[in-house]
Design a protein around this ligand. Structure first.
Ligand code: ZN
Length: 412
């Protein structure tokens, strides 16, 4: 039995009322056909992304897991890609590691996607390999063939392999590649710049991770994904290139709101004169920045990865179907990121006879090739301003901990 949403039901009922004014058998038939049509459209709109998400475990790139993703992890996947994908080594990192490009599709519209320009931001890389796997999984389906005949994709799955190895934001020269878009001091920045001009994309996707501390909205839910249409100047002008970027973001937002409502934010659009996205936009290349963030208790970012994958797919579909001609102004109604999230709180701590509340925020470090979460202690004036979603719902009493004693001792 097909179901129909309220909006489509209303549309269908209105049409029926109009038609029944002059009812005869032929009209009844027409009404029936119209109703089926609306149910079908409704079903299509609702289920295409539901279906992709439902099938996600079947094509997810299972060999990638967790936060520490290096070139060694992605090399075997790249070497085993289907022959439909054209793989190239487009250059070498400062420490002579390969930087790969993967091309697929034959369409007129060109999309460039790169991930991990910050080495310790690996969620986009996992999502990107999920995309490749999804392309392969659905290669015989008509809608995938349509997508690949309308778009040519060029993926750069790890722009900063040295930083990835060190689990560092920077490259091996300690350069932030995302602040090197005018000086090109790093070989990795020059590679990206050359690819941009030789491939000449219609759209770019720049994949990053944001810290767990970002929250959104009145509900204070974690910012699982945040988006940015970077500014081209200090006055943050809404230029034709920014409008195109915003339209794609609005398209993605409309899809993802159904799956992670109120967990999608807008990143600050302050202008950074040496940042990649800002300079690409300025040069006329619409560049969608995606920041993967926290999902409750998902410190390995495996849930977030799934939604990052969905963001990419819905963005590609919006571009391919031209539905990105959406109202770009809705971009400004996406809530801004806030910086308040705590990983958990300790209540009932007594220091010098005074009751204190201490918030904990994790800091990630690499230890023996594993990402560890160190605790940073933050004294809080009260719990009332926090809101129930401002931390992972973990309140621990002093009696249940012992590391805090060490912390107090260290402080003295
Ligand atoms: Zn980043």
């Amino acid at each position: 039995m097909l179901t129909i949403c309220n909006k489509c039901r209303l549309q269908s009922d209105n049409l029926k009322k109009q038609l029944y004014k002059n009812v005869n058998n032929l009209f009844k038939k027409a009404v029936y056909i119209c109703e089926i049509y609306f149910v079908y459209i409704c079903k299509m709109n609702k289920t295409i992304f539901n279906k992709i998400l439902f099938n996600y475990p079947l094509f997810k790139e299972k060999s990638l897991f967790g936060r520490y993703i290096t070139l060694q992890d992605i090399k075997p996947i790249i070497n085993n890609l289907d022959t439909n994908f054209s793989v190239k080594i487009i250059g070498k990192s400062f420490l002579d590691k390969n930087i790969y490009s993967i091309k697929i599709g034959s369409g007129k519209t060109k999309i460039l996607v790169w991930s991990q320009m910050h080495g310790n931001e690996s969620t986009g890389t996992k999502a990107l390999f999920d995309v490749l796997s999804y392309f392969n999984y659905t290669k015989d389906q008509q809608n995938m063939q349509d997508l690949l005949s309308s778009i040519t994709f060029l993926f750069l799955p790890m722009l900063n392999p040295d930083g990835a190895e060190m689990y560092s934001r920077f490259n091996a020269q300690q350069i932030d590649l995302n602040r090197d878009a005018t000086d090109f001091k790093a070989p990795e920045s020059r590679i990206l710049h050359n690819i941009l001009h030789s491939f000449n994309p219609d759209y770019c996707f720049n994949l990053h991770d944001q810290r767990t501390l970002f929250l959104i909205g009145k509900e204070n839910l974690p910012a699982t994904l945040s988006f940015l249409a970077p500014s081209e100047d200090e006055s943050r002008s809404v230029t034709p290139t920014r409008i195109k970027t915003m339209q794609v973001i609005v398209g993605i937002y409309e899809v993802l709101q159904k799956f992670i409502p109120n967990q999608i934010g807008r990143y600050t659009d302050e202008f950074y004169p040496t940042a990649t996205g800002d300079n690409f936009q300025k040069a006329g290349f619409p560049t969608i920045l995606i920041e993967s963030g926290h999902f409750y208790n998902d410190y390995q970012r495996e849930q977030t990865r799934k939604y990052n994958f969905m963001a990419l797919i819905s963005g590609f579909m919006a571009i391919s179907s031209k539905s990105q001609k959406a109202n770009y102004e809705s971009y400004f109604s996406i809530p801004n990121n806030k910086k308040d999230f705590l990983d958990f709180i300790y209540t009932n701590i007594e220091i010098n006879g005074e009751k204190k509340i201490v918030g904990i925020r994790y800091k990630e470090i690499l230890k023996n090739k594993k990402v560890c979460f160190l605790k940073e202690f933050i004294f809080l004036p009260s719990i009332s301003g926090l809101g129930t979603n401002s931390f992972n719902n973990k309140q621990l009493s002093f009696s249940s901990i012992n590391e805090f004693k060490k912390f107090i001792t260290n402080k003295k």
